[in-house]
Design a binder for this molecule. Structure first.
Ligand SMILES: Nc1ncnc2c1ncn2[C@@H]1O[C@H](COP(=O)(O)OP(=O)(O)OP(=O)(O)O)[C@@H](O)[C@H]1O
Length: 257
């Protein structure tokens, strides 16, 4: 299914990440089976699939946290390398660094990258503003609400201008109201900064709400079963018949594989 055509979608978009023939075994267990796809620069891509199909393994391979068995992952035409590329990762149970203030949490990754002092300060100020935490810059995470802490984590990750921001069910454990709020927040920051984001979720509604494109993985060993381009305008409405159509299509696609 496509709510837009791939030709139109891909036109004039640079390829940021190219995954070629990606295969991953844990011992004898084949988890990822010859996966091929591109992520375009500035794209918000969601990845969905049945439980246990290999979604986290897939992100861990992309981040180079774990070695791949065969295949290649290129960023901007060069083999992905943590020393060359900024690949940021937001896990499910995200938390800010408890012993650092809000502003030092944001500075943290910039300091690791050894950016010049002025650049660190410029980016920190900008991110504080973007996530609306300037007033709370000197607070520690335990003094913040859950949603504010999530915003610190988002700010910390976007601050390094990641080549690729990988998000693994970041809002999976949160109540619905907070999730909706943070999804809107993510959309806003993503649009403002033009970052490239790959977002894994179990929640198909969340994928249709956020994604420009959805990759649907098959059960283990995972292959890419299908890609769905979601050409619905923003802000998206959960009860819009077109939204429901895409959501139901993706749900069926996962269920009947
Ligand atoms: N380090 C590991 N060693 C051996 N097997 C592993 C390892 N990590 C994951 N697996 C296996 O690989 C398969 C895929 O796991 P993975 O966590 O990537 O799937 P997932 O789609 O993210 O799961 P979920 O839907 O539960 O989030 C599972 O069968 C899991 O048991």
């Amino acid at each position: 299914m496509q709510t837009g055509t791939k030709g139109t979608y891909a036109k004039n978009r640079a390829i940021k990440v190219r995954v070629s023939n990606l295969t991953k075994y844990y011992g004898d267990l084949l988890v990822l089976d010859n996966i091929n796809f591109d992520i375009y620069k500035g794209e918000l891509l969601c990845i969905v699939g049945p439980t246990g199909c290999g979604k986290t393994t897939f992100l861990n391979c992309l981040s180079r946290f774990i070695p791949i068995t065969t295949g290649s992952i290129d960023v901007d035409g060069q083999p992905a390398d943590p020393r060359l590329h900024n690949i940021a990762f937001v896990f499910q149970e995200v938390s800010a660094i408890p012993w650092l203030t809000v502003e030092d949490n944001i500075r943290f990754g910039l300091r690791v990258k050894r950016l010049p002092h002025e650049e660190i300060e410029r980016r920190t100020e900008r991110m504080l503003e973007i996530v609306g935490l300037t007033r709370y810059r000197a607070y520690y995470p335990q003094q913040l609400s859950a949603s504010m802490e999530q915003r610190v984590v988002i700010a910390r990750n976007f601050a390094i201008n990641p080549d690729l921001l990988l998000m693994d069910e970041p809002y999976g454990q949160l109540d619905v109201k907070l999730r909706y709020y943070l999804e809107d927040e993510l959309m806003r920051i993503w649009r403002e900064l033009g970052s490239t984001v790959a977002f894994i979720t179990h929640n198909i509604e969340e994928a249709v709400y956020l994604a420009e494109r959805i990759l649907i993985l098959s059960p283990k060993p995972a292959t890419i079963k299908e890609e769905v381009i979601v050409a619905l305008p923003h802000p998206r409405q959960y009860d819009d018949p077109e939204f429901v159509k895409v959501r139901d299509y993706v749900t069926e696609s996962i269920k009947w594989w």
